[in-house]
Design a protein around this ligand. Structure first.
Ligand SMILES: Nc1ncnc2c1ncn2[C@@H]1O[C@H](COP(=O)(O)OP(=O)(O)OP(=O)(O)O)[C@@H](O)[C@H]1O
Ligand SMILES: [Mg+2]
Length: 229
């Protein structure tokens, strides 16, 4: 579903991704693990078209999206939940979700989104900025899903969120995958969460994928070591 080949991304003179390959199957959840500054957000921003690729390619199915603008990528089925959530704090919950409907030319929030996140229905007229961190994360995911993506990119969704809410988020993400059949790439530093949701675990270090395991074969000690050094 998502095919990234030899992706090179740089900020000015500073190259962060040095020819990264990533293939994600339909229905697959891939966790991208890595310490601070290793390139997780850079990869996500590049996949979303926020930073251009120096070289390499990105495909969604057969479609080459390497040179597309962000809004065009949304129409092609890429959705993104940025690190820090970035919801619109002065807009209501419902208005935040509605921004995700625009690319599809829809105007009503589908009921199935509120089925996934009942708390958002209860709070639909509250301002986004007045929600808790966990609720804002749910809102950011709902807004991304409103675009009806084929590939959902989540950048450190558990950051600053308490353990019980993290477990709930894991259940919700698996439900989203099962019900909607989309592919999910989630960057993480919390190993327990990655192991809870992922079919495959990757480790990124200095912009390169240095380790990869199917969930069933994950060597926890080894992955933990990458994250702790
Ligand atoms: N706008 C920018 N301009 C220049 N360098 C940047 C910029 N954003 C990130 N970098 C650098 O790129 C590298 C990768 O950063 P990135 O934000 O992708 O890491 P990350 O894995 O997401 O880290 P974290 O877990 O802290 O979010 C770091 O060395 C960082 O300093
Ligand atoms: Mg980051």
């Amino acid at each position: 579903m998502l095919d990234v080949s030899k992706l090179v991304v740089a900020y000015g003179q500073s190259e962060v991704l040095h020819g990264l390959d990533l293939h994600v199957a339909p229905n697959e959840i891939v966790a991208l693990m890595g310490r601070n500054g290793m390139g997780k957000s850079t990869l996500m921003r590049s996949l979303m078209g926020i930073i251009p690729a120096r070289s390499g390619s990105v495909h969604i199915g057969a479609r080459d999206i390497t040179r597309l603008k962000s809004y065009e990528r949304v129409t092609e089925g890429v959705a993104y939940v940025p690190q820090g959530r970035m919801i619109f704090s002065s807009m209501t919950v419902e208005e935040n979700i509605e921004t995700g409907l625009i690319p599809r030319g829809e105007s009503r929030v589908p009921a199935d989104l509120y089925d996934l996140f009942p708390v958002l229905l209860e709070m639909k007229n509250r301002r986004g900025g007045n929600l808790s961190g966990g609720q804002q994360q749910q809102l950011a995911i709902a807004r991304a899903l409103a675009t009806r993506p084929k590939v959902l990119l989540l950048d450190e969704p558990t950051e600053g969120i308490q353990p019980s809410i993290i477990r709930e988020m894991g259940r919700t993400l698996k439900r989203i995958r099962d019900e909607r059949g989309l592919s999910i790439v989630v960057s993480e530093q919390v190993l327990s969460f990655a192991l809870d949701i992922a079919d495959r675990v990757l480790v990124i270090e200095n912009g390169d994928i240095v380790h990869e395991d199917l969930r069933a074969d994950v060597d926890e000690a080894k992955v933990a070591k990458f994250l702790s050094v």
